[in-house]
Design a binder for this molecule. Sequence first.
Ligand code: ZN
Length: 341
Amino acid sequence: MNRFRKLYEKEKKCRLNGDTIEEYHAWKEQTRETLKKLIGLNQMESCMLDARTLEVVELEGGVIREKVVIQVEPDVYMPFFILLPPRSEDSNTCYLALPGHMGAGKYAVAGCDEIPVVADQIKVFHYDYGMQLAKLGHVVICPDIRGFGERREEALQSDKESDFINGTCFHLAHMAEPLGQTVIGMHVWDMMRLLDYVKERAGWNFEKIGCVGFSGGGMITLWLTALDDRIHKACISGYFYGYQDSLLELNGNCSCNYVPHLWKYVDMGDIGALLAPRNIVIQSAREDHLNGKRGLQNVFEQLDIMKKAYHIFDKEECLYHDIREGGHCFHNEILNRFVSL
Ligand SMILES: [Zn+2]
């Protein structure tokens, strides 16, 4: 462990630097290119979206749920739910609500509590933030990210509850990484394709797109917002801390968190700095064990890096740190504030 700590602490090559907006943009451009290469984004292959609507149902309370599938890479398809509220509170903004682990992909986020094991996970993690946003009157898209829901690899494709709720990040990482790809890269690519769908869908003219995610969903929200300016605002819950305490010392975390060579270039705060000056909520829970042994201190240090980027734009007020009591779960009290941004 000590040897790895020493290696980790060597100078990182893409730390945020610059005092002016011009210098920031030069750093941003170079860092984005580096991160895209590291996660294998440049290797992903584009294709027709080939969007198809598979199902439309009206749920209790009048929310319409469409199930749509798009082609994200040749012969790789991504299903997602679109929740359409009965009355729209903001016709300018559409939201992506992204799942993390143990929520069966789109099912927990879209509030499918008719499935008992999904209902349990919604109780534990307050996972139904997609449905909560729809109930507040917003159009929300809840995708199956790779390895989850209907996109599990063979190893966990049975209908057993423990398989249904679980994900196959481990298997995906093992197949992808020797080919120069990563789980984060595949997630980011798929979400970029989803943004293409939002922009191309007939009758939709959303000027703004918001993104929210908890835990692994927070990880994708962070990376997507860092690499794609089509995300106007984001809420990242339960996934913002220094890599050393949270992923090097806590080295039993899921394979999807790990990108070969990443720690030679950035810490998580530097990735966060790429989000400036957009409206961002970082939500942290005081007792979240994933913050690492130093708790919130490991969050504050990374947030300070982000704050430097916001200071360059004189937009400190656009970065909000939402601290909640308790452990690793989403706190949906933040949603009212998030939609008002
Ligand atoms: Zn994972």
